[in-house]
Design a binder for this molecule. Structure first.
Ligand SMILES: Cc1cc2nc3c(=O)[nH]c(=O)nc-3n(C[C@H](O)[C@H](O)[C@H](O)COP(=O)(O)OP(=O)(O)OC[C@H]3O[C@@H](n4cnc5c(N)ncnc54)[C@H](O)[C@@H]3O)c2cc1C
Ligand code: SF4
Length: 879
């Protein structure tokens, strides 16, 4: 069917990783939303994240929440349909349709493939189980899910008195980052690398030897020139127990990470019949070759494009982000017509190792290739130093810096721009006579400072000239420093220099202290203004306090929570200011269904409640019933339109499993049944849950009460933990955590009655509600203020605020209303009538364990388990 003139074309993007996401941003910048309806398929169930930062997440240097580039909400805000968790299996070129693994077909005018790469697993005996899955304990290092799984295993095995053993197969960039990350969690790590020296792709043998010494000094053992041919499994545990080398040597291993290279994900291209060699072959405009000229596609010519690690351009595939940024710019220019002649000519690459304490930068060639190449080397292995440059025809074609990488920016500039070099080549590495390091002043305007994001010195100076006078402001404006982070120091110096050169003074970006990004006030200022002007709705806050009265989507949830805290009864609820979970009082899951968790105070239930839960699960076809770590029952897979019916039939209050609010009070058995109990922990837990149910807090809040210091309900790692110690006394701990972070809580006070526990807990919660930053968990809040300060304020009443805190928490508790009562009168007529997202089949999750009575036999599972094609893998390995 011909498009109506002026109608928007449909652009479908397959792959929601770093290249795809960058393309979307470049497209939006060029006003593509006026030309295209955009749909994005990504088989990972997230928005998109900075994959580079997985190394920092594994090393425990960053939390996973800090690596998101664009979260799921960003897509909707920009009018982009995101089909997250949906794998594309084919592109039907004649029909111009993309085919999802769910069987759905989506028509396109233009399709872009950005499917990235997958870890390469070399052929090894025992690598896979019969069903094709990896032997438990073996993992690649590519995705957030794999990183999470590795962290989980490292935590499980890394804390014993005899350190657990990890073997990393592959001593390239990724392998060394994985090794250091695991070592940070207490594992005893060995790297096994088949080439003769580490990072052989980037370093020559001498540099590799210096690097090896630094890595070994950091406590990681290294075996080179050794091929792993098999994995052994422990029959008892059913997981990996060791690796065997070709020469017969064996190494014990509790976990194995394989970082032996990557293979472009070309399946979709192969199935569609595109030209595929190592990657999907593209021309200088990122157009898949041999594509017929498009009919009615706005002059785009071929309508299938590819970019990123899955693409092969002029015979090259890339495994770094800098090339794909350049590709995204060109493709966005071509697709939007901003520059129809834009062309990509290939990239020069450079890399840095992100291992704390081991500085390695590698640019271009690692050593001489032609007989007339000049190679200047300085090596001091004992001090972990190695520096070299390769010069050809008077131009820098390569540089390696180990142990001291201060010259990287200057050398990168010479490499990128082909600058004339000093006659004394050694001056490239050392400041002879003059002393000190190369100043940022010496860098040319087009010297690339941030390779990950392609930001030049000129871009940074431009941002300063445009009014940014803080490092954070410049980083936000240009993205410099937001990739692997290794250029942050140079960026900081450049900003400082540019600000001073303009006659200004460096400032700290005030927004780092704002409570929400859209209202330029710290929390105390914001609270004072809201109280003074009696602002009771989110829109009123924007109108009165945001610059130009502008509403800001990212600020709405934080403001809603704050206003509820400040005005328990007068708060005006505006539903668009809530996150989907808060709008429908249930937790959205990756397939667009919801999970429903009824309240079960203190983890105690009755036969009648259990019967009702079972009946409701059958009536509404609940996908899975799961006992949670918070001692409740989670009903997973409920359709949005069924929520009111489920709540009505359960006739139990909400357990608030979805909210930034008080969630559960976990209790131990306590005095009634336990032989050791010193206090009735169950009764106190129930009383606490009853009193503080549904209270909004800056971030989720979990409590625990135990009947003695044996601590069966893990009270020491709760936001508020209460421990009976005998003689009617209870210890109250605050600021603990056992999630993404683990922190033992601090003792706030010892009190001598359950009533005193309830009062002190309420006071602490209200204090945290008033002074905690949005999304700040108590494990950050308490150390930020210090436990001594919290104790002074809440126990000694040093600031005379205890009476007010007690009064405020009383009012908040009195205003409790079960949100599930909304089933009787939804705020909007269509609130529960339409599904939230298209429903997708979930991965294989048996409702009852396989082999258990009533369990599902594997061959009857709803989703087929796909066996990886071993032959294809082997073929790939030999390429
Ligand atoms: C731990 C780690 C550290 C790294 N460090 C650095 C570094 O310091 N510097 C550097 O330059 N680079 C680094 N890289 C490499 C960099 O992350 C990649 O070059 C970059 O992510 C490639 O982007 P891409 O979009 O091509 O692929 P990806 O980011 O992998 O994205 C591809 C996406 O497509 C999805 N997908 C695949 N097939 C389908 C399908 N059929 N249907 C739907 N979705 C599909 C994938 O699940 C994935 O989400 C690192 C990589 C890792 C894993
Ligand atoms: S914490 Fe103490 S009282 Fe509670 S169940 Fe464990 S042993 Fe019993």
């Amino acid at each position: 069917m011909k498009k109506q003139p002026g109608a928007k074309r449909h652009l479908v993007l397959v792959g929601n990783g770093m290249a795809g996401a960058r393309l979307l941003e470049e497209l939006l910048e060029r006003g593509a939303s006026d030309q295209f309806e955009i749909t994005v398929f990504g088989d990972e169930p997230y928005g998109n994240y900075n994959r580079i930062m997985l190394s920092h997440v594994l090393a425990g240097e960053d939390g996973e929440e800090s690596i998101y580039l664009n979260e799921i909400g960003w897509y909707a805000e920009n009018g982009i349909e995101l089909r997250s968790g949906v794998r594309v299996v084919d592109i039907d070129l004649p029909a111009k349709e993309v085919v999802g693994a769910d069987g759905g077909r989506t028509a396109y005018d233009v399709v872009v493939i950005a499917t990235g790469s997958s870890p390469h697993f070399p052929p090894m005996d025992g690598l896979r189980r019969e069903d094709g899955s990896l032997l438990p304990g073996v993992s690649g290092f590519r995705s957030l899910d794999e990183t999470r799984a590795m962290l989980e295993e490292a935590r499980r095995y890394g804390t014993a008195s005899t350190p657990a053993k990890a073997v990393v197969i592959g001593g390239g960039l990724l392998g060394l980052e994985a090794a250091k990350g695991l070592q940070n969690h207490g594992l005893d790590v060995s790297v096994i690398h088949s080439p003769a020296h580490l990072m052989n792709q980037q370093l020559d043998a001498e540099a590799g030897a210096v690097l090896r010494r630094s890595i070994e000094e950091a406590g990681i053992s290294v075996v080179t020139g050794a091929r792993t041919t098999g994995l052994t499994a422990c029959t008892e545990k059913g997981r990996v127990s060791g690796v065997t080398l070709k020469d017969g040597r064996t190494f014990p291993a509790d976990m194995v990470v394989v970082t032996a290279g990557i293979r472009p994900n070309t399946d979709v291209g192969v199935r569609a019949g595109l030209v595929v060699e190592r990657g999907i072959v593209v021309d200088d405009q990122m157009r898949c070759v041999d594509q017929p000229l498009g009919d009615g596609d706005g002059g785009l010519g071929g309508h299938v494009f590819a970019l990123g690690e899955c693409a092969q351009h002029r015979g090259e595939t890339y495994g770094l982000v800098a090339p794909l940024w350049e590709q995204a710019t060109v493709l966005a220019d071509v697709l939007t017509g901003a520059d129809p002649d834009a062309a990509y000519h290939g990239s020069k690459t450079s890399t840095k190792l992100k291992v704390a304490g081991v500085d390695v930068a590698s640019i271009g060639q690692s050593g001489p290739v032609h007989p007339e190449d000049e190679h200047v080397v300085f090596s001091d292995a004992r001090r972990g130093l190695y520096q070299s440059v390769v010069v050809r025809d008077g131009r820098l074609v390569g540089a390696t810096l180990l142990g001291d990488t201060r010259k990287t920016a200057a050398l990168q500039q010479a490499f990128d721009r082909g600058l004339p070099l000093p006659e004394q080549r050694v001056e490239l590495l050392f400041d002879l006579g003059a002393g000190g390091e190369t100043s940022v002043e010496d860098l040319a305007d087009d010297a690339q400072v941030c390779n990950c994001n392609g930001v030049t010195k000129g871009d940074i100076c431009g941002a300063v000239a445009g009014g940014c006078s803080s490092v954070k402001g410049v980083m936000d404006a240009t993205r410099a420093g937001k990739g692997c982070g290794s250029c942050k120091e140079v960026v900081g110096k450049l900003v400082e220099h540019a600000v001073a050169a303009g006659g200004g003074a460096l400032t700290e970006d005030p927004s780092v202290h704002w409570y929400v990004p859209g209202v330029p006030l710290r929390k105390d200022e914001l609270v004072a203004a809201i109280r003074e002007q009696h602002l009771t709705s989110v829109s009123a806050v924007f109108a009165a306090l945001a610059p130009g009265g502008a509403e800001d989507a990212k600020s709405k949830m934080g403001l809603t929570s704050l206003l509820r805290t400040l005005w328990p009864t007068e708060f005006v609820d505006e539903r668009d200011a809530r996150f989907i979970n808060d709008r429908v009082h249930a937790n959205i899951q990756r397939d667009g269904t919801f999970s429903v968790v009824p309240q079960m105070k203190g983890g105690v239930t009755t036969p009648d409640q259990l019967r009702r839960i079972a009946d409701v699960a059958d009536k509404y076809g609940v996908g899975m019933l799961k006992v949670t770590g918070g001692q409740r029952i989670d009903m997973l897979g409920v359709k949005k339109e069924d929520l009111p019916g489920v709540w009505a039939d359960l006739d139990m209050p909400s357990g608030y499993a979805y909210g930034k609010s008080m969630r559960t009070v976990k209790t131990c058995v306590g005095t009634d049944y336990c032989r050791f109990g010193l206090g009735d922990s169950t009764a106190l837990g129930i009383a606490l849950e009853e009193r503080f149910q549904g209270i909004e807090t800056p971030a989720k809040l979990k409590l625990g009460v135990v009947g003695c210091p044996r601590n069966c309900a893990e009270a020491y790692v709760k936001d508020v933990g209460v421990v009976a110690i005998g003689n009617g006394k209870w210890e109250v701990y605050v600021g603990g955590a056992a999630g993404a972070s683990v922190r033992k809580a601090d003792l706030l006070a010892t009190v001598d009655s359950p009533e005193a526990v309830i009062q002190l807990t309420g006071r602490f919660i209200q204090f945290y509600r008033t002074w905690g930053n949005w999304l700040e968990r108590t494990y950050d809040f308490v150390p930020r203020l210090s436990i001594e300060r919290v104790r002074l304020v809440l126990v000694e009443d040093s600031d005379g605020m205890c009476a007010q805190l007690d009064e405020e928490i009383d009012a908040a508790c009195a205003a409790y209303r079960d949100p599930w009562k909304e089933r009787e009168a939804p705020d909007a007529p269509g609130r529960f009538s339409a599904p939230a997202l298209p429903l997708l089949p979930l991965p294989v999750v048996p409702r009852r364990p396989m082999g258990a009575p009533g369990g599902t036999p594997r061959d009857q599972l709803p989703v087929e388990i796909v066996m990886p094609n071993e032959e294809a893998l082997m073929a790939g390995a030999q390429q």
